[in-house]
Design a protein around this ligand. Structure first.
Ligand SMILES: Cc1ncc(COP(=O)(O)O)c(C=O)c1O
Length: 411
């Protein structure tokens, strides 16, 4: 299995939409064949349409607030006494996370498709919050599907969704988390696809949703490439881009522009949710060698039991609490372009505590998983190694969990 240079990762599939002949595809019911084919055709046209690109870039700049800052974490670097630790503060984007890029592009596509309704899934609540924001901005009616466990643990984002005028559809099935929210959202779309546009909140699902999401989020690495060249004059000899991985959209967006670099120069490190320290449950299919299965219309490494039933996951972080992972990351793992590891709930909490006490940023529990890996490896690396962590969410949404686990929360 090999990656091709000069071709966007999202386009490196075969005629069956499979990456590396085995990941992804469109495993969909008959009724979705036409809506998926229509959306595929429309997106193919729009991504080559100069007017659409100009519109996208206008809203990236004037609505999302691109570019987000790229800063050095001086205190953390001095504390760790090894590699330099930098971060891209993607949580400074409008709404507070990378999910705004995908949501904005989907809203623009929905408008072009003449749809008045838009629906989406959410786990941490950010994908839902951003879709409700984009729907409000572009005059669309919006429904957000969310597991009841997540509704309880991500209250600030739920409040924001409601404030934006969207309806939250509580999902009470299965583990009551993201995986069930995506399933329920897709079920709704099957019956309503003539009137309704669906946004999948990460790089998962049938191929077209993976493509739209990664294509939108790639803006993060376009900005980072410019910022890195401005700061260092060129791409440094030793650069490590560390990102948490749930469905995989922030990591795909953070790495995209650097894909053709040799991995010895630009290493990609994906950090999955290892779950509670003494539990067998986790949300880390890439790290713990899960088998290939079908989830949400695509083949991928996915946590499953011996009969192939999807296994329940557990993570302190709602955004990473998902049993599968993007086919793009399965492909990057098998081609060995990216390295994947996991951080436990406890490691993520400690990383949150250290970073927010030393620095002015306050990462949510998802990027805290990535910071945990940075904190682990930085002391062993030389000063000329540049680590950059994607700080893709803000801790405010996790204030109740942090208060419960660490005794207090201040922002
Ligand atoms: C702040 C944040 N980071 C990361 C994730 C994980 O998703 P992905 O892997 O698609 O970036 C989420 C998902 O909700 C999130 O809200």
């Amino acid at each position: 299995m090999k990656l091709k240079k000069g071709i966007l990762l999202i386009d490196q599939h075969d005629k069956n939409y499979l990456y590396g002949k085995k990941f992804g595809g469109n495993y969909i019911p008959e009724t979705l064949k036409k809506p998926i084919a229509d959306l595929t055709k429309l997106f193919k046209k729009l991504r080559n349409d100069k007017k659409f690109i100009m519109e996208r870039d206008y809203y990236f700049k004037n609505y999302i607030g691109s570019p987000t800052p790229f800063i050095k974490l001086e205190n953390l670097t001095n504390y760790l006494k090894g590699a330099q630790v930098w971060t891209k503060v993607v949580s400074e984007a409008n709404g507070g996370a990378h999910k705004i890029y995908n949501a904005t592009v989907h809203a623009l596509i929905a408008k072009r498709a003449g749809k008045k309704y838009i629906i989406g899934d959410t786990g941490a609540g950010y994908a839902g919050k951003m879709l409700s924001m984009a729907a409000k901005k572009f005059g669309l009616k919006c429904k957000i599907f969310m597991g009841t466990k997540d509704i309880k643990r991500q209250k600030p984002n739920c409040d924001a969704i409601k404030k934006n005028g969207a309806e939250i559809i509580p999902v009470n099935t299965g583990s009551k988390t993201l995986v069930d929210a995506v399933s329920e959202c897709m079920r709704y779309w099957v019956s309503n696809c003539d009137k309704v546009h669906m946004c999948v909140g990460s790089t998962v699902g049938p191929n077209i949703f993976i493509k739209i999401c990664a294509w939108s989020t790639a803006q993060i690495s376009r900005e980072l490439m410019t910022q890195i060249k401005d700061e260092f004059g060129k791409v440094p000899k030793k650069l490590k881009l560390i990102n948490c991985v749930g469905g995989g959209s922030s990591a795909a967006g953070f790495w995209n522009e650097f894909m053709d670099y040799n991995k010895k120069q630009v290493e990609f490190v994906g950090v999955e949710a290892g779950g509670p320290k003494n539990s067998k449950k986790h949300a880390a299919p890439l790290t713990y060698g899960s088998k290939i299965g079908i989830l949400h219309g695509a083949a991928q490494y996915v946590n499953q039991d011996i009969e192939g039933q999807i296994e329940e996951t557990e993570s302190i972080s709602a955004g990473l609490d998902y049993p599968g992972v993007s086919p793009l990351h399965c492909f990057l793992k098998d081609t060995k372009r990216a390295r994947y590891t996991a951080a436990t709930d406890e490691a993520a909490l400690s990383a949150y505590k250290l970073v927010s006490s030393l620095e002015s940023i306050s990462p949510s529990l998802e990027p805290s998983h990535a910071f945990a890996e940075a904190i682990k490896i930085a002391p062993k690396l030389s000063k000329n190694t540049i680590i950059c962590v994607n700080s893709c969410g803000d801790s405010y949404k996790d204030k109740d969990i942090i208060k419960e686990r660490l005794g207090s929360y201040t922002r």
